[in-house]
Write a protein that binds this ligand. Structure first.
Ligand code: FAD
Length: 388
């Protein structure tokens, strides 16, 4: 099987990347370990993805966004960040970026479903599902090859891995990562509540736990609770009735009565940053390149920025008749992605470390930082810039 590009992992980033080669002569293959049935109808995983305007535009260009029913996408008009038990909040408003909203919210399973619907229409993309990539060989000057668990081998000018933040492809290539284990879990679920959310997202940084809500359609929100592993296993086990009560009290009755819809899902808070994004005829994209902490909701957004850069470099190389696997093509992607990802990764990890620290100096700094960001325009603009 000979292709121009072989993608390992048909998660949202891998599929979006492949969709970027619609209307080209490039032959693309995606290898995914899950079955076609699951790829076609992804299971609810509790993740509700907040998207920036830039990401929505990328999805429009990929001809995905306009096919998602508008009633399944909610808008985020404002975001408020609160510290400890203080009523003071840092706020970001849609007017501050001169747009009708700050961003959008869409369930991850729907995002994946509509990305796959687009992929299915592309005649130059082949999906090989239900198989694992078991090894990668990049020693040949002309092509890279990947070995599949079904004994088949794929040769391609370029292999791109988008197989999650715990990427096996990355390890097979000997690429190491900076890893930070926050030793906490994030519990996510959808809840219905008595009082309206008015399309405002909230982040309550308490001392032992962080409680966030992202406004979904009607009176529903995605509720995100970050807690220690011990508390998380208790919260995952208690009955729905007790969980509802617990959330109501965690939000200080802010939303009135709260009721869980569906299941709770728990994710470990481990962030990863690959020491390099490219190697000979090989590139990392999505979480495999940078696995962000979800608190600032940058993960998939950053993944889309990365594939936007890589796709442009590949198309530019093709126009000039340059081999797409050459270091000159891939290195430009690596440099440009580092420039965007390093500040986001470090500032997000810094925010989490500061706002989960309950020492007195940290508590004072937390209050000061909220006020500084609210009042010092250039700092606020730096945060808002990312949402445009
Ligand atoms: C709690 C939480 C909340 C989040 N909220 C947001 C948000 O609001 N906004 C935002 O932008 N991002 C958010 N994110 C991040 C976002 O979910 C990820 O960035 C995104 O899912 C990454 O997509 P991916 O395709 O890179 O990887 P994944 O979604 O991890 O997909 C990897 C794919 O590779 C496949 N695979 C793995 N190994 C192999 C193999 N050996 N062979 C073949 N296939 C393989 C897997 O089956 C899977 O389909 C959140 C994440 C979490 C955990």
């Amino acid at each position: 099987m000979i292709f121009d590009i072989a993608v390992i992992g048909a998660g949202p980033v891998g599929i979006a990347f492949a969709c970027g080669f619609a209307n080209t002569n490039l032959k693309v293959v995606i290898v995914e370990k899950q079955t076609k049935k699951i790829i076609e109808n992804p299971k609810i995983d509790g993740l509700e993805i907040a998207l920036t305007h830039h990401s929505a535009n990328i999805l429009k260009e990929l001809d995905v966004w306009d096919h998602i029913p508008a009633k399944l996408i909610s808008v985020i008009k404002e975001a408020r960040v609160l510290n400890g038990s203080s009523k003071y909040f840092l706020d970001f408003k849609h007017r501050q970026i001169q747009k009708e909203c700050l961003g959008y919210l869409i369930p991850n399973n729907l995002l994946k479903k509509y990305l796959y619907k687009r992929l299915k229409k592309l005649t130059n993309v082949t999906l090989v599902n239900g198989v694992n990539c078991t090894s990668i060989n990049t020693n040949n000057k002309e092509y890279s090859s990947i070995q599949l668990s079904n004994e088949k081998k794929i040769k391609a000018s370029l292999v791109v891995a988008s197989d999650s933040r715990f990427s096996k492809a990355r390890s097979m290539m000997g690429i190491s990562t900076f890893t930070h284990d926050f030793d906490k879990n994030m519990i996510v679920c959808r809840m219905e509540h008595e009082k309206p959310h008015d399309n405002i997202a909230y982040e309550f940084f308490r001392y032992s736990q962080t409680q966030a809500s992202l406004p979904y359609i009607k009176k529903q929100s995605s509720i995100v609770t970050t807690v220690t592993k011990n508390t998380s296993s208790t919260l995952m086990k208690i009955s729905d009735k007790n969980f509802n009560k617990e959330m109501q009290s965690n939000f200080n009755n802010f939303f009135g009565k709260m009721k869980i819809i569906g299941k709770r899902y728990s994710y470990p808070m481990i962030t990863t940053y690959s020491k390099k994004f490219v190697a000979q005829r090989f590139a990392l994209i999505g979480d495999a390149a940078v696995g962000m902490h979800p608190v600032t909701a940058h993960g998939f957004n950053l993944g889309l920025r990365g594939i936007e850069i890589l796709t442009k470099e590949i198309k530019f190389a093709i126009k000039r008749n340059v081999d797409i696997g050459l270091p000159i093509v891939l290195r430009k992607y690596q440099i440009r992605l580092h420039c965007i990802a390093i500040p986001l990764y470090l500032s997000t990890n810094g925010i989490v470390s500061l706002y989960t620290n309950s020492t007195v100096p940290a508590m004072l700094t937390r209050q000061f930082v909220l006020r500084a960001v609210n009042f010092i325009k250039p700092i606020k603009q730096t945060f808002l810039q990312v949402l445009r």
